[in-house]
Design a protein around this ligand. Sequence first.
Ligand SMILES: Nc1ncnc2c1ncn2[C@@H]1O[C@H](COP(=O)(O)OP(=O)(O)OP(=O)(O)O)[C@@H](O)[C@H]1O
Length: 270
Amino acid sequence: MTTSIVVDDVSKTFRYQYHRTLKQVLRPSRRTREAADPDGGPPTDGTFKALDGVSFEVQQGESIGLMGLNGSGKSTLLKLVSGVMRPDEGRVLTRGRISGLIATGAGFHNELTGRDNIYMNAAMLGMSKEETDAKFDDIAAFADVGRFLDTPVGNYSSGMFARLGFSVAVHVDCDIFIADEVLAVGDRPFKRKCLKRMKEIRESGITMFYVSHSAGSVKRMCDRAIVLEKGRVGFDGDVEEAIKFLHYDGEDEEPDAEEDERDDALANDI
Ligand SMILES: Nc1ncnc2c1ncn2[C@@H]1O[C@H](COP(=O)(O)OP(=O)(O)OP(=O)(O)O)[C@@H](O)[C@H]1O
């Protein structure tokens, strides 16, 4: 078996960004000092660990669901794996070309048309002009933005933005595919199309790293799940067990049952 991703004792620290007046900086009141800790605890040095000693390995072709409550560090971890961000401690190793959707429309230029942005986005993901030429019609058909293809993306709706970004990402020949909250963007037909395409990607032996709050789609899409808890790996293993683990620990953040049912139905459809 070939190792696809190694995350070795990785930590990432961020700084809280407060906006204070000059007076507050020079003469901080007790209230301002206490505000340095949003949990209301004692004043901190203004930093916190979004990821703390995270380690795991992924084999080529595995499909990993990354789960956890809001703010547990999932997107940060994806950014480290995709190379958009570097860890402060530890190391992240990946094998092969990475594609995927991390921030919808990241790297798009508002003043350029959809067509130009497809070429630019594809180049950023490592595709040559010839490769993009060959796949252009498929990419445009998948995005399905109609006549808007030749208008500046600055005028697109957020859903159209997402369609274009996802469309390029799924047409890149890659070894690792990263998807953050795919089900959160696009309308129902587009979500269905995305899930179908991701299933094909998964079945083609590409390593998949998929962030979702939807237990249903992780169950159908992934063969292993990692649950982050406040920046640490709380669970790593069987998907069903991961879901149980999450329900047990997140009493006040049970996934929305209705939404889960809808996603289940969508995933069943494909
Ligand atoms: N660039 C940044 N600067 C400061 N703090 C950040 C930055 N990026 C993320 N954070 C913080 O790091 C923590 C983890 O964020 P992250 O986006 O990784 O969580 P998540 O698990 O993806 O959350 P969600 O489920 O809400 O998308 C959060 O508290 C967030 O506010």
